[in-house]
Design a protein around this ligand. Sequence first.
Ligand SMILES: NC(=O)c1ccc[n+]([C@@H]2O[C@H](COP(=O)([O-])OP(=O)(O)OC[C@H]3O[C@@H](n4cnc5c(N)ncnc54)[C@H](O)[C@@H]3O)[C@@H](O)[C@H]2O)c1
Length: 430
Amino acid sequence: MNRRDFLTTAAALAANAQAAPNARIQVGVIGCGARAHELMEAIMQNPGTEIVGVVDAYKGRVERAIDRTKQRAKAYASHHDLLADRSIDAVVVATPDHWHKPIILDALAAGKDVYSEKPMTYKASDGREIIRAAQAGGRIVQVGSQGISSQSQRTAKEMIRAGKLGRVTMIRAAYNRNTASGAWIYPIPPDASPKTVNWDMFLGPAPKVPFSLERFFRWRCFEDYSGGIATDLFVHLCTTIHFLMDATMPARVVAMGELYRWKEQREVPDTLNAVLEYPQGFTVNLSCTFNNQSAGEGAFQFHGTEGTISLGFGTLAYTPENVIEDNNWIVESWPKALEDAYYRDPKVIETEVAPARNRKKAETQVFKDSKSDSTIEHFGHFFDSVRSRKPYWEDAVAGHHAAACAHLINLSVKQKKMTEWDFELDDIRA
Ligand SMILES: NC(=O)c1ccc[n+]([C@@H]2O[C@H](COP(=O)([O-])OP(=O)(O)OC[C@H]3O[C@@H](n4cnc5c(N)ncnc54)[C@H](O)[C@@H]3O)[C@@H](O)[C@H]2O)c1
């Protein structure tokens, strides 16, 4: 058997192991925390699917997950046990970030399709490992930055493709918050203790440190488990920007991060600014503060020579550019006769005088999503892929790149210098 025959047979075997096109897709949920409970609600809105298995490192969340599935899901002691269940076709990985790669790789090795929460990776080199494993086994990997499945973001992509913005050279995007919860200081359930929390299961590949409920429930604040604002929030912004702009990666990144306010039990910045320069010819400014939210949470502006798109959560506003050449303040400093001659020039009449006379107010067009929950739509795409074996846009490659932007940003902050992407290696330039 040559290599090609072998791959064809392997792909056929892999496809056979998958759910038949119209069969119900049996789902296992690995990590049943706050996000997973939202994900379970979204899965249950997708017909032809059932959550049959759950696993978590805190007892209370297992209990609630089983309740949420009306006692239909079974609890497993570890993700290994859940993955060994051959009746499970697909898994959702919604653990803290340091666990994503090992669990995704174990799931792919067990022949499961994977919906992984963002960021797909904890460090940039994880990405290629996951891509290779998914390709080798012919598995579907979809990453959970659900915004791109919203109607507003899909409409924005079509508008940019149709040239409504002209040439886009500047994109601004931000997340801003001003609450303890927004800064990830979450309440800790009163029954949490070494009896109800499996500390070793949580730590997994992370450094061994003493039991800490703060680390367990507020893991985003600690570098052993999270890359903070960049991997938690900017990864969503980068996913959307890559999707709308048909972009893969920035060539160069500079960033600065500071911890100004939420200093107790926290290692990661609460204020982060980053500039990303893309080889297609546009620059992105990303910013986030946890110390003021007047600018609103999760907003983008795509600035083009012909117009601007502002995106919020579920809204899109398009404003055409309405600019006219105006050199009045320059020529009125010239000798009077030259100024008068300037305004008699037919070219100036065409480009400045007539447009100013006929100027209309630029009307902003606003679109609102009629479907409110993009996570339901995002799962719809995942389950379509599980059935059709055709990956959706936000596959392992897209997940790798969005997360890698966050890793470039964090490295720039740490090293206090510009970081670069090596397009050939598909990794951070050493
Ligand atoms: N797409 C989005 O909008 C969105 C929103 C929130 C969170 N997230 C992502 O979802 C993931 C989970 O975040 P969260 O807010 O739900 O955190 P969380 O702390 O509420 O949940 C994580 C859960 O994983 C469990 N866990 C830890 N190690 C485990 C292991 N080895 N096996 C099984 N379970 C384990 C923990 O007990 C915990 O209940 C993160 O990757 C986060 O970035 C995505």
